[in-house]
Design a protein around this ligand. Structure first.
Ligand code: EPZ
Length: 416
């Protein structure tokens, strides 16, 4: 079933449990390659990207098993560093296997992960940083080959806090000879989670969560039992979904300590947001207040929630300004919102203004990428009448079951 049918115009009520984090699970699963024995990773979401990562680990020689509460990974038999072409193309997060495999095998061959609809997604920062550690890269007909016989520590300065490049340096650094200092590191919570996992396996990493990391290499790593935190982007999707559709909801297990900018923005939109040890409670305003948002690296407002705030503000009380500071093509839902009656003006590739209208009308719309697709579901909840969202395979890459979750919040949503 690749489509979702929504009867909109119903305020959300109730509580929903937030799934495990996609962007924390993927690098942690990649890091199990460095352990060389069994690990158990709890709270991994059952989403397409995690299934793809599991297939990749199996193709490299790992024994991987889904169990009720998590995934067991035994990487003791990993011998080869070549990833099958079909498993890598189209899944950018396979890139974090590069850093892990470099730490484990002296030679790695992988398909160039390539770009996607939200941007060209270059990997120059990954190649620059790993080259400083002694990795030699050659590209041949779309394949990337890395040779790392003499992996060593280095002093690396990232000109941009790339999440993936930071993760790759950490994964290679724990296995390198000597220490690696990384300035300009990404501070996203997923980087902190990766450092926590590796330290629980026996690594020694200083500065986790800050922009300066010191990774002490060459230590033996051991398997561990680790729990991945909940997904801050899924929680934010449902939080802004409530702000746009109305009502009040409780987001159980939402990682509130990772969501300061998100909750602050929801407050500026007129939402009443409060937290408890169990999660986040949000009550929607009559209509969202207009806001000015610029997406930034963490702890700024996350780019992955830009589309859903844009959708919520289509019924706002005024004119909002949204600037995409991370990706060059992340306004992929404007045509669909226009078809639903929204009033959005694109200033240039990185800036839009959205003027609130009295009502959205249901329409047939198409998801073209993960977070834009989720935002179209939110727009459908807000619209009068029926909305049909196709292309939901993109949404299932990051959301276990967005229809089920919104049904638990009282929405009339069916997968078809
Ligand atoms: C991670 O992607 C996330 N993906 C993305 O989430 C998220 O949007 C992004 O970080 C920013 O927070 C995963 O964690 C699996 P980056 P990543 O390297 O690592 C440029 C989602 O919806 N750049 O921080 O690829 C790049 O083009 C996904 O869950 C270079 O120029 O992000 C982009 O403009 C979407 N050269 C910016 O940096 C490089 O070598 C951010 O990229 C690498 C990146």
């Amino acid at each position: 079933m690749d489509s979702i049918r929504i009867q909109g115009g119903i305020a959300l009520q109730g509580k929903v449990r937030i799934q495990g984090s996609k962007n924390a699970s993927l690098p942690v699963l990649a890091a199990t390659l460095l352990v060389g024995e069994s690990s158990f990773i709890r709270n991994c979401p059952r989403i397409a990207d995690v299934h793809s990562m599991v297939s990749l680990l199996k193709s490299l020689g790992c024994s991987v098993r889904w169990q009720e509460r998590g995934i067991s990974v035994d990487s003791s038999q990993v011998r080869r560093g070549e990833m099958p072409r079909e498993a890598v193309t189209g899944m950018r997060s396979s890139l974090c296997l590069l850093g892990a495999l470099i730490g484990r095998c002296s030679e790695v061959v992988m398909e160039h992960p390539g770009g996607c609809v939200i941007g060209e997604r270059p990997i120059d920062l990954h190649l620059y940083a790993l080259s400083q550690m002694g990795v030699e890269f050659t590209e041949d007909a779309g394949s990337l080959k890395a040779e790392a016989s003499g992996l060593h520590g280095a002093y690396i300065c990232l000109p941009f806090p790339s999440v993936g490049a930071t993760e790759n340096v950490i994964l290679a650094g724990v296995m390198a000879e000597g220490d690696t200092v990384l300035e300009g590191a990404a501070r996203e919570p997923e980087v902190l989670t990766l450092c926590r996992f590796l330290c629980e396996c026996g690594a020694y990493i200083e500065g986790a969560g800050s922009g300066r990391l010191v990774i002490h290499g060459g230590r033996r790593l051991f398997g561990t039992d680790f729990t991945v935190p909940s997904d801050r982007i899924v929680a934010g999707t449902y939080l802004f979904g409530c702000i746009g559709a109305g009502g009040c909801v409780f987001l159980e297990q939402a990682p509130k300590e990772e969501m300061a900018a998100v909750m602050e923005t929801a407050g500026r939109m007129g939402g009443r947001v409060c937290t408890s040890p169990e999660g986040i409670y949000v009550q929607a305003p009559e209509r969202p207040s207009p806001v000015r948002i610029v997406t930034e690296p963490y702890p700024g407002f996350p780019t992955d929630l830009q589309s859903v705030v844009l959708a919520a503000e289509t019924l706002g009380r005024g004119c909002s300004y949204i600037e995409e500071g991370i990706f060059e093509n992340r306004f992929r839902i404007l045509e669909d919102l226009d078809r639903m009656g929204a009033s959005v003006c694109q200033r240039d590739a990185r800036r839009v203004t959205v003027r609130g209208v009295e009502a959205l009308r249901g329409a047939c719309v198409t998801a073209r990428e993960l977070r834009g697709g989720a935002a179209l579901v939110v727009a459908g909840l807000m619209a009068e009448g029926e909305t049909f969202v196709s292309g939901c395979r993109f949404i299932y890459r990051g959301y276990e079951n967005i229809g089920r979750d919104f049904r638990e919040l009282g929405a009339r949503v069916t997968s078809v």
